[in-house]
Design a binder for this molecule. Structure first.
Ligand code: FAD
Length: 439
């Protein structure tokens, strides 16, 4: 007998689309399960963070602007290893593309797999809570309350059997607590609100944070800014850097227009641009779910995915420093297998133990607490694990080859690595085609 499983997906960005693609696919003909999937998306389009907007602050419906894209952004990964494993980009030259190309790709993906009909646009998920949690007779379900963001009308709650949260985690800026920041006479921005470099023309700018955004924005701003200070506590960047750039350690305090650094130096500045990352935010999940965000760690998640207290709830994309689309693909297919019963998760105790072991190992390696979901080189054994659990093929080796090659090129020449082009040869190996302007 066929069982219908009602699934709610929160968000129609890359992860939500991937969820729809696999949960609505009829490729699993042997499955006794039919998924009835509804995706709730607060905006009017698919693509999530890839929908560039000039707006900052709130959108036309009064909701916080979701996208963190800036006008001139080109991807920091080549399209060959950005793509979902079953849906390559149409063209791979150039390999590093603009945000428009990625948005087109995601729209094509949605069309190709006929996903639009499952999406309720302009519908915000306000609250998700488990029902029948204590009952021994009734199965656990989820009550989902949504709202029409245009007319501000709350809908009647709907019941679902499973929830996949795909709300992204680059929308809620992490603002560090810097002593004296409230007294700063200059302007403070977060990279979430960074759009164009012209805003910083002739200004003395301190960029705080040398992660991917900080590194990228340095090269955008420098040609226009008077001077740029890149403040961070990592090893100094050694790549060829702009001439009007000085690296500094972290910020100690701010007084008036002066930014004081941890080495005791101070500079008079016009702007502080915080490239300090983002918070995980799941304020629509009821506390009974048992998930908490503690200093950048989402506790109570098995394999960074399943809620150990109620595993019919999962969150995609919590992992950081990854190949996002391929990783989503493996996570979503595992979620499907668990709902189908072709993969049986361990007991809650074992899942919690596995999670704690992973966390403890990271601490033993000297990682700070907030790196609990950083994957980097771990991501490939992680996706292999997920593939093995779903009994499907692993990620093709060229993904990791290209990931590491790209990391090396970035370290060697931060300014120009995006001019490289790649191809995958018949043997499945990555070939660097051209490295115009490199070094
Ligand atoms: P999102 O794209 O953020 O989508 C989440 C969706 O959920 C949104 O549409 C949002 O409107 C919706 N939503 C949120 N909350 C609710 C709610 N309560 N109710 C209804 N809907 C909701 N990745 C790469 O692979 N290559 C890159 O080069 C790259 N560059 C990046 C550059 C920047 C500046 C940023 C911010 C990210 C970059 N990424 C890059 C990472 C990118 O976030 C992922 O590739 C991916 O797009 C994340 O997809 P997602 O679906 O998890 O989240």
């Amino acid at each position: 007998m066929e069982t219908t499983v009602k699934v709610a997906v929160v968000g129609a960005g890359a992860a939500g689309l991937c969820a729809l693609r696999h949960l609505t696919s009829s490729e699993h003909v042997a499955s006794r399960h039919r998924f009835e999937v509804t995706c709730f998306e607060q905006s009017s389009r698919v693509g999530g963070t890839w929908i560039y907007t000039e707006r900052t602050g709130s959108d036309q419906n009064g909701l916080p602007v979701h996208s963190s894209m800036y006008k001139n952004l080109r991807t920091n990964l080549p399209v060959q290893c950005m793509a979902f494993p079953d849906f390559p980009f149409k063209s791979t030259r150039p390999s590093f593309v603009t945000h428009e190309v990625v948005l087109d790709y995601l729209e094509d993906y949605a069309s190709q797999f006929d996903l639009f009909k499952h999406i309720k646009f302009q519908t915000l998920v306000k609250w998700i809570q488990p029902v029948n949690m204590q009952s021994e007779l009734k199965k656990l379900q989820w009550e989902v309350t949504t709202c029409d963001v245009v007319n501000k009308i709350e809908h009647q709650p709907e019941l679902f059997d499973a929830i996949l949260v795909c709300n992204g985690h680059y929308a809620d800026p992490m603002i560090p607590d810097i002593p004296g920041m409230e007294t700063y006479s200059g302007q403070v921005y977060h990279s979430h609100d960074y759009r164009v470099p012209e805003t910083f023309s002739d200004k003395v700018v301190v960029i705080l944070g040398a992660g991917m955004s900080g590194q990228d924005i340095v090269f955008e701003l420098s040609p226009l800014a008077k001077w740029v200070y890149l403040s961070h506590n990592q090893r100094p960047l050694t790549s060829n850097l702009p001439e009007n750039l000085t690296q500094k350690p972290g910020i100690k305090k701010i007084t008036g227009s002066f930014v004081h650094f941890l080495d005791g130096s101070q500079v008079m500045t016009d702007v502080v641009l915080l490239c300090t990352g983002y918070n995980y935010k799941y304020s629509f999940l009821a506390p009974q779910c048992g998930l908490k965000v503690v200093d950048g760690r989402v506790t109570g998640l098995y394999k960074h995915l399943f809620c150990t207290k109620c595993p019919s709830l999962a969150i995609t994309g919590v992992c950081r420093v990854i190949l996002p689309f391929p990783l989503f693909d493996f996570q979503v297919r595992l979620f499907r297998s668990v709902l189908e019963g072709t993969c049986v998760l361990p007991s809650k105790v074992s899942m919690d133990e596995d999670t704690e072991n992973d966390y403890r190992k990271r601490l033993e390696e000297g990682m700070p607490h907030r790196y609990a979901h950083i994957m980097d080189s771990r991501q490939f054994s992680y996706t292999n694990d997920l593939a093995d659990m779903t009994k499907t093929s692993r990620l093709s080796p060229f993904y990791s080859q290209l990931y590491y090659m790209c990391n090396d090129l970035r370290q060697q020449d931060l300014a120009n690595y995006k001019n490289c082009n790649f191809t995958i040869n018949e043997a499945g190996d990555v070939v660097l085609l051209s490295a115009e302007d490199l070094y």
